[in-house]
Design a protein around this ligand. Structure first.
Ligand SMILES: Nc1ncnc2c1ncn2[C@@H]1O[C@H](COP(=O)(O)OP(=O)(O)OP(=O)(O)O)[C@@H](O)[C@H]1O
Ligand SMILES: [Mg+2]
Length: 339
């Protein structure tokens, strides 16, 4: 069995002040996979990602395990974390302007880690930079090396940020909303680039986005987060074509259809809870049309779908009611009926 590139086990993140923002997250990214992490704003996606780099807000606490290449990053010291960042795991953010230094040329930023952490010589680093900019399809890489971030378009800046992330050939790329700040056609180019890097370079990617359309096009597996917990996970196509958690279904129903079928957009009622007021039991129950009394007191565990059917393989669900199960598949033989 190969070691997963990333495996978190019961990852729990407590912010300064004691609020729990991530509450027992299990995630696995196998080599060469793109795994999506979806969920509304504030569900804990970015904190999950930052914990892999030892970059949580000052005073936060991470518990559980977060293994990158088999090594638990939560136990590493700052020096070891610095060595790991860029080399084993690298990150791309929503807005490339926040990750690119405005006063340094693209060339300097692409080569910096190679020069300072690997002792690569000037001309070898420059050659690698040209190779990287070519790989991310930046036209005229030689000239772009001398450019400053503000001289590039948004899409080219994000390509440059990806080149920087890839400079030391990390095994895992964490991309946090990498296309949200870009317009649609530019978005598609960046997504194609990520897909190509996975296919041609075997790069593994944890892709964070609230956009389930993007997830469907790109990811192998998907985990849906709500209020700091994963509520549903499984192979992307199965999960998107037959969602089992009312929250996943709500997210999908709120997407415009692109298949020409006229269907009303249905927003999920209410809004995601604040950390200070996460409801007990299933955190989604106040917004859920299928909730029954125990949903407000009993916390559902994330459990494998028990049908045994091949279509349900690798799927897990945290829902006491499971209203979208086929008849006879519901917990208690369908005894729990939706309200
Ligand atoms: N530095 C911080 N200090 C205090 N609270 C924080 C901090 N960073 C995040 N939080 C809180 O932790 C929760 C999870 O935040 P996180 O950024 O992980 O959400 P997210 O799922 O990435 O949301 P978005 O889709 O908006 O990026 C939110 O309630 C957020 O307000
Ligand atoms: Mg975020």
């Amino acid at each position: 069995m190969t070691t997963p590139v990333l495996r978190t086990e019961q990852l729990r993140i407590t912010l300064p002040g004691g609020l729990t923002a991530v509450d027992g997250v299990d995630l696995v990214v196998e080599p060469g996979q793109i795994v999506g992490l979806a969920g509304e704003s504030g569900s804990g996606k970015s904190l999950t990602a930052l914990s892999l780099f030892g970059l949580l807000p000052h005073g936060s606490r991470a518990q559980g395990r977060a293994e990158v290449g088999g090594r638990d990053v939560l136990t590493l010291r700052e020096k070891q974390l610095r060595a790991m960042r860029g080399d084993e795991v690298a990150m791309v953010f929503q807005d490339p302007m926040t990750s690119l230094h405005p006063m340094l040329t693209i060339g300097r930023q692409v080569t910096e880690h190679l020069r300072h952490h690997h002792g690569t010589g000037r001309s070898a680093a420059r050659a690698r930079a040209v190779e990287l900019l070519t790989q991310v399809r930046i036209p005229d890489p030689e000239r772009t090396l001398g450019a400053y971030p503000h001289q590039l378009s948004g899409g080219m800046r994000q390509r440059a940020a990806i080149a920087i992330a890839l400079a030391c050939s990390p095994s895992l790329l964490v991309a946090d909303e990498p296309t949200t700040a870009l317009d649609v056609t530019v978005q598609a180019g960046i997504l194609r680039l990520l897909d190509r890097l996975r296919r041609e370079e075997g790069l593994s990617i944890l892709l964070i986005t609230h956009d389930l359309g993007v997830m469907g096009a790109l990811t192998d597996r998907l985990a849906v987060m709500y209020a700091g917990r994963i509520v549903e996970t499984g192979p992307t196509q199965a999960l998107l074509t037959a969602p089992r958690h009312p929250y996943t279904r709500g997210l999908l129903d709120s997407l415009p259809r692109t298949d020409g079928v006229a269907a009303p957009l249905r927003a999920i009622p209410g809004s995601a809870p604040r950390l200070t007021t996460i409801p007990p039991g299933c955190a989604f129950h106040p917004r859920c049309g299928h909730a029954v009394a125990p949903c407000s007191t009993d916390r559902p565990s994330l459990l494998p779908l028990a049908s045994g059917a091949p279509r349900d393989e690798g799927r897990m669900l945290a829902c006491l009611v499971d209203p979208y199960a086929a008849a006879g598949e519901r917990p208690g033989g369908g005894a729990v009926s939706p309200t």
